[in-house]
Design a binder for this molecule. Sequence first.
Ligand code: ATP
Length: 242
Amino acid sequence: MSLLALSDVSVSYGPLTAVRNVTLEVGQGEIVFLAGPNGAGKSTLLRAVAGVLAPSQGKITLAGTPTAGLRSEALVRLGFTLVPEGREIFGSLSVAENLAIGAYLRRDRDGIDEDMDFVLTELPALKPRLRDPAGLLSGGQQQMLAIGRALMTRASLIAIDEPSLGLAPKLIDQVYDILLALREKRDLTLLIAEQSFLRAVEVDARLLMLRSGHVVGSGKARDLAAERSLEGSFFGFEGAAA
Ligand code: ATP
């Protein structure tokens, strides 16, 4: 059974249909990328999976449960969390407080402490900054904090909207190294939106390519990249950073 299944999902903002007829299955432990240029519909699709937007058509199932009508809290309880575009860190709260927010639905004190230790071991850059306002962190550290906060929910499926946004190439590499290591250690499933499909090719992931809300390709990223190499400029992915 797929951990996440989207069947013929469309999402609209009033008269504008931003995502059309997306069908996608994500299995436990998989890493799947959504790639496409500005306005392709990546964030819209992730917001629909996160229960922030209701699909205008189609069905989304998380761990076998249809998500229609479920709010974000209920989806967190089903093991899903979204790291939104721009990270949405609370800048005036401390790093420790931001991490604690990830665990706000949990009551298992021992588990929370264990996860806090895990986060600080895996994301050591956060440790000396725990008491600092999160707004003082660098962009890379804020991305680590957003990932740490997601881990504190104990999610098994984490969706991340443009983790490379605004980061230098070296930091993007670091973020991906951490994500791949976490995936191994926690058996995480990752759904990642990026403008470029290059990272999906690099990590040999599965890829759904979107453009103006339409699916324009899906399959193994390496196969798609080979097929599309002559059409790169048409698809607009050439030279994109991540
Ligand atoms: P980006 O890489 O810029 O984040 P994206 O692939 O995530 O792009 P979306 O943000 O999902 O694309 O946008 C898809 C379409 O929906 C665009 O035409 C955008 O203008 C429109 N859109 C996004 N958010 C809203 C909104 N809140 N209200 C109305 N239209 C919106």
